[in-house]
Design a binder for this molecule. Structure first.
Ligand code: CP
Length: 297
């Protein structure tokens, strides 16, 4: 019997067993580059918002597995002539790709396309709602750091949580995996409604966290400027060596990092900071995601 078409809109599309398999696949791919599992497969990337890491990471992952990738640049596509997202997608699907990877400013865009059931849809970041492969690569990085023992560990998410899809997906996945999640931010950056503990000062939580995930201010999503002076913000929320001391805390950031506002130059060079390891792991995790969605294994 053929399985229904599977998409990745957020990580709740994957069962616990699928997530465990996916992490195991990523671990194997990191230890030894896999064979060309996706030879003859073709993916289309469709990024309506800028990206450095996610787009190139998906492309590297696909190509390492032998797949071909076609990129459609929406700023130079018929979207500019008024073609709707659904029509753009349907036309791309008529070319019979094996999946479409989409980033969009609208929270619902990937889910809307998935409902058309034309090809597997992979959400590469939608509005402030979800960024599932970032959450999975963060989970992988945390799990690798703690040798798989993450249940009961505490993570503080620090920064513009209200506007961050990384935070949204991360909160859903990391709490599901048994981590305690604390939110630390000035009031305008905290979600209006949350079931999680919130704090306005890092100092209130620093002695009880195992991981800090720093986030940049999502200026592109602010309807009007929230702070005039991010230097002042940094005095309270920048992850500095002075603030961290000798504490053994894993420091993460999805990028792009606003240097000396989110994390200091000095901390970015500190071995506790795994920002580039996250990027490296992202390729293996996305390989595992593509294997799962395109090969159903
Ligand atoms: N982490 C992340 O989504 O980075 P990009 O916006 O560069 O893809």
């Amino acid at each position: 019997m053929q399985h229904p078409m599977q998409h990745l809109i957020d990580t709740d599309n994957f069962s616990d067993a699928q997530i465990a398999n996916l992490l195991e696949d990523a671990r194997r791919f990191k230890a030894q580059r896999p064979p060309q599992l996706l030879k003859d497969k073709l993916l289309i990337t469709l990024f309506f918002e800028p990206s450095t890491r996610t787009r190139s990471s998906f492309e590297v992952a696909a190509k390492r597995l032998g797949a071909s990738v076609v990129h459609l640049d929406p700023s130079r596509s018929s979207t500019k002539k008024g073609e709707s997202l659904e029509d753009t997608f349907a036309n791309l699907c008529a070319m019979e790709p094996d999946g479409v990877i989409i980033r969009h400013e609208e929270n619902q865009a990937p889910g809307l396309l998935a409902k058309m059931q034309m090809t597997p849809v992979i959400n590469a970041g939608a509005g402030n709602y979800a960024h599932p492969t970032q959450a999975l690569l963060d989970l992988f990085t945390i799990s690798e750091h703690f040798n798989g023992n993450i249940a009961g560990k505490t993570i503080a998410i620090v920064g513009d949580i209200a506007n961050s899809r990384v935070a949204s997906s991360g909160i859903r996945l990391l709490t599901r995996m048994g981590m305690k999640v604390l939110l630390v931010a000035p009031k305008p950056f905290l979600p209006k409604e949350t079931h999680l503990p919130t704090f306005e000062n890092i100092e209130e939580v620093i002695d009880r966290v195992d991981v800090i995930m720093s986030l940049r201010a999502q200026l592109e999503r602010h309807k009007k400027p929230i702070f005039d002076d991010y230097g002042e913000y940094a005095k309270h929320y920048c992850i500095t060596k002075e603030r961290l001391g000798e504490r053994n805390i894993l420091i993460l950031h999805p990028g792009p990092v606003m240097r000396n506002i989110d994390i200091s130059n000095e901390m970015l060079d500190d071995p506790r900071c795994k920002v580039l390891e996250q990027v490296k792991n992202g390729v293996f995790v996305r390989m595992a995601v593509l294997k799962l969605l395109l090969l159903d294994s």
